[in-house]
Write a protein that binds this ligand. Structure first.
Ligand SMILES: [Ca+2]
Ligand SMILES: [Ca+2]
Length: 517
């Protein structure tokens, strides 16, 4: 099954800037499928799949199932094999960012930003000076990174030796995580471990002026700067195939089983409709092995959540922001503003997916207008593309030596794509305090009965620490300066659905909830 075409159209526009490292496309004469089985397949069973006509791409190691391209006339032969429990088209997930807001490449070391970005203040990151995620690995299943990722990240933040790329069952060609499909994965990683930020109008995209007030290269903090990112590419410009995501989850599960005392988090800032049986088997194996999985709720508002976020053993994240966003237009200085220490400073974004029956929305965190690495995409101003950068090179930043490189390196990003890594970062802090925490004790139930699913103990600690967000209607400011009405969980039409889960996650409260080991 294929996912939302409307989202695909947007992504096609966004991602047209980006050259794939190799040609990709559907395999001739076949469609990608996920093939379910009760247990990991034996070599003899894989041989039977091949004899039945399946071009097997992945045989999953830690749970039952395989991914393959199968010609239309052979599907029934594969389905009828005695060990095959089910067969479904490879589901296509989409990244949960929404269109971009350009801000000001990065080079040498810089000073820290003069003050904390608002969104870290909004989650009370400043109240924790004890834990930074040291010792925790966060696998970012996303679009990979651009070759110049070292311009943005401290080298020790990225576990390059564990970086991998997995492509969908029906995709021809091989990917390389360092030649990623889009900058989304870098923005997600930057949320967690921080990034270098070069504040300058030349590279700053839309509008004039500086975020900081003066040009320069600054260190832009992340939620868990001691954590280390495992960059894993599972997405290509049209989306993220379930077969590739499952292969990545299987890979991370193997890492965990080989290093049982190593705390590992998976972040999936992506989603789509439905939960495939092989996907559930992959997630269950990972979580039972002690990997903590965090996912975006989705950006579909009242249309409801995406999976895997809606599956209860996964920690799902809604997105909110700061009520004072963009109030200092045309200056971007609001970004370094100082929110009051109150839950009333928070609003819930209208795009953030609401919880529908059979879905589990857990917590809310920042996912609105976060300044993150996002080079080489089309840029928007007031809703319109103002400059296409798809003729520009993405391999290096724009300077005198690289005049044809795309000048725009940072964007104000929004989406549950960024509330998920905010929470993944907070989970990394919790695991820094107590590496034994996990959701391995979650209730996994059966796929067709969401009532049979239950959260694990780490999720319960996180939710128990969250601060409820009262139903409310507020008018905030959009980046264009126009009023932006927002409402959630009220009687008002369009605002009735569950939007916040257990509430807003504060770093200090989440850490206080963690028992010492
Ligand atoms: Ca604060
Ligand atoms: Ca959950």
């Amino acid at each position: 099954m294929r996912r939302s075409l409307a989202v695909l159209a947007t992504l096609a526009l966004m991602f047209s800037a980006l050259a794939l490292p190799t040609a990709t496309g559907a395999a001739p004469g076949g469609t990608g499928y996920l093939i379910g089985s009760a247990a990991p397949l034996s070599a003899a069973e894989v041989d039977q799949l091949r004899a039945a006509g399946a071009a097997v791409k992945y045989v999953y190691k830690n749970f039952g199932g395989a991914a393959a391209t199968i010609p239309n006339g052979k599907v029934e032969a594969v389905r009828s094999l005695p060990f095959v429990m089910g067969i479904n088209e490879d589901p296509l997930r989409q990244l949960d960012s929404i269109t971009v807001e350009a801000a000001p490449s990065v080079a040498a070391l810089g000073a820290p930003l003069p003050v904390t970005p608002y969104w870290l203040d909004l989650i009370d990151a400043e109240k924790n000076t004890t834990y930074d995620g040291t010792g925790v690995w966060v696998a970012v299943l996303d679009g990979g990174m651009f070759p110049k990722w070292r311009d943005f990240f401290k080298p020790e933040s990225i576990l390059a030796e564990y970086g991998r790329a997995f492509e969908g069952a029906s995709v021809i060609g091989s990917q390389n995580w360092e030649s990623g499909s889009d900058p989304h994965g870098m923005a997600v990683a930057g949320t967690i471990v921080g990034h270098w930020f070069r504040d300058g109008v030349k590279e700053g995209g839309w509008g004039e002026g500086y975020v900081t007030g003066s040009a320069g290269t600054y260190w832009h903090r992340g939620v868990a700067e001691g954590a280390r990112i495992i960059p894993i590419q599972v997405c290509i410009p049209i989306g993220c195939f379930g077969s590739a995501i499952n292969a990545a989850v299987d890979y991370v599960t193997s890492l965990k089983l080989a290093n049982p005392s190593q705390p590992i988090v998976i972040n999936e800032s992506l989603g789509g409709a439905g939960l495939d049986p092989v996907e559930k088997a992959a997630i269950d194996a990972a979580i039972q092995a002690g990997v903590v999985m965090v996912a975006s709720a989705g950006n579909s508002g009242n249309a409801g959540m995406g999976f895997p976020g809606a599956y209860e053993p996964v920690i799902s994240t809604a997105a909110g922001g700061w009520i004072d966003q963009w109030t200092s237009l045309p200056s971007k200085s609001w970004y370094l503003g100082n929110p009051d220490e109150s839950i009333d400073e928070v609003f819930v974004a209208d795009f953030s997916s609401r919880q529908l029956p059979g879905q589990y929305l857990d917590v809310t965190s920042t996912g609105r207008f976060m300044l993150l690495p996002y080079p080489c995409v089309n840029l928007y101003k007031d809703g319109q593309v103002v400059e296409r950068t798809n003729h520009k090179m993405c391999a290096s930043k724009a300077d005198a030596a690289n005049p044809s490189a795309a000048p725009f390196q940072y964007l104000f990003m929004s989406g549950t794509s960024f509330s998920a890594p905010t929470v993944a970062g907070i989970v990394a802090l919790m695991l820094d305090k107590n590496p034994a925490l996990s959701n391995a004790d979650a209730t996994f139930g059966t796929i067709g009965n969401p009532a049979s699913w239950g959260p694990g103990s780490l999720e319960e600690l996180l939710e128990g620490s969250a601060t409820p967000i009262a139903p409310r209607q507020v008018t905030v400011t959009h980046r264009t300066g126009t009023p932006d009405p927002e409402c959630w969980e009220m009687g008002t039409a369009g605002c009735t659905l569950e939007a916040t889960g257990a509430g807003w996650v504060y770093v200090d409260d989440a850490l206080s909830a963690v028992p010492s080991p």
